[in-house]
Design a protein around this ligand. Sequence first.
Ligand code: FRU
Length: 527
Amino acid sequence: PLASTQFRTAYHFQPTHYWMNDPNAPMYYDGVYHLFYQYNPNGATWTAYMSWGHSVSTDLVHWTGLELALTPSDPFDISGCWSGSATILPGNKPVVLYTGLDTVGRQVQNIAYPKNLSDPFLREWIKPNYNPVIEPHQKINAALFRDPSTAWLGKDGSWRLTVGTLIDEGGLAIVYKSKDFMKWVPAENPLYYTNGSGMWECVDFFPLKEIQGATKYLLKVSMYDTLHDYYVMGTYDEERDIFIKDDASSDDCRMWPMIDYGRLYASKTFVDEAKQRRILWAWSNETSSVADNVAKGWAGIQTVPRVLSVDTDGKRLIQWPIEEIESLRREQIHLQDIELKTGSQVEVRGLKVSQADVEVEFEFQNLTGAEPFDANWVVDPPKLCREKDAYANHGGIGPFGLLVLAADNLEENTAVYFRVFRAEGSYKVLMCADQRRSSKKSELYKPASGGFVDIDVKKDGKISLRTLIDHSVVESFGGGGRACITSRVYPTILLNDNTHLYAFNYGTETVKISELKAWNMAPAQIS
Ligand code: FRU
């Protein structure tokens, strides 16, 4: 039954068929957005023998598919074209750097540039014969050395980029420098090194904001051992080419906040010169089995592109869906001032809720009923989501939130919800997406995901939730985008497109929906 088109996404990017994973080299060039991606043109499963799919768009919503941009062809990439990034060189000249698997399976970094800069779609790519431009040196395990980042230009006139690897069980980001973008030499120090985290994939590193004269940088790593993307903020010491994380962050990078607490991996950002913003793309992997993926003939989607910003104090990353996605909003529902007393469950009627955009604001009367917080809980939010779930375990303030892609008897539903706890001198807000009841079908990965939302509920008196529902994906933004959770779910009720949406509150304290807006979403044109 997973072969049903009901599970395909309508406005989240996915190729018409077969396997896709990481976004590669997203860029904006001469009025056109480019998205490349890890693609298997021969089937719906991952293979080392990867190609680069290529799609273009003028609005980041509707996409036209082009021919493959890179396919294994030369000794330096004959066994696979893996992930990489774009850099726009002076004179408006885009280049990409990517990882090639060479004749002996080593991971090397290669360059490719467009054959014809006057083709606005940059269809054809040339791999110069001086590739590879970076080879693994002695200390590096050649099987764990990949995903070159976008390069940045130092004040000394040298380009820098970073490549992820593993040395002595610790993940790290090595810096390479070049004057001419052809010859690259390793810098003395790694950009950042951490003990015991496992291999770092798809490292991204960029300036985010000026705060009191100093530039805040963000380091993002995709940790192969946990299959999550983590980030940390700090400063960049250009003299020594090292990143120094802010003091308050944990030394254990697995404790850093996640880009998304759900199904998101290998994210990559680019600067959109047209609108002066930084946009994040990311792969959302399936939760269906390999056999199911083969049966449905496709696997992997991209999350909706997210605009990145930082809170004024420079401590929290904020992610928000690009405004362009709102152009797909159609019929609207608008509700106000709905009291959600303990145990209540209110159906949001009148929309086709398998393809919708929902924005809701929950308001608290007071916080005195919040349950006490146990400091040990910070280490494992998913466990807390499982134990303090939206079903049996009624708490003080919350669980409250939405039940999406729900059957009318709730036999199937994905619960996206919050719980507020009282900690030492502050409140802790847990956000969860519980997928354990998302489908009656077995052989699916149905976790409960969650993390803490860094907001001041006492000051704000409310918390917002935006949820983008698109058939097999539920992408949620809590606290204005301060915590995100993406779920991939396969409810059998989608087969008859008979899904419902409810707002609920199973906490003992009343919560009010001050406002709820929801829209049907038109499908994006993606060819
Ligand atoms: C991340 C990743 C990258 C690699 C690519 C291969 O998902 O493993 O490290 O370049 O996928 O498809």
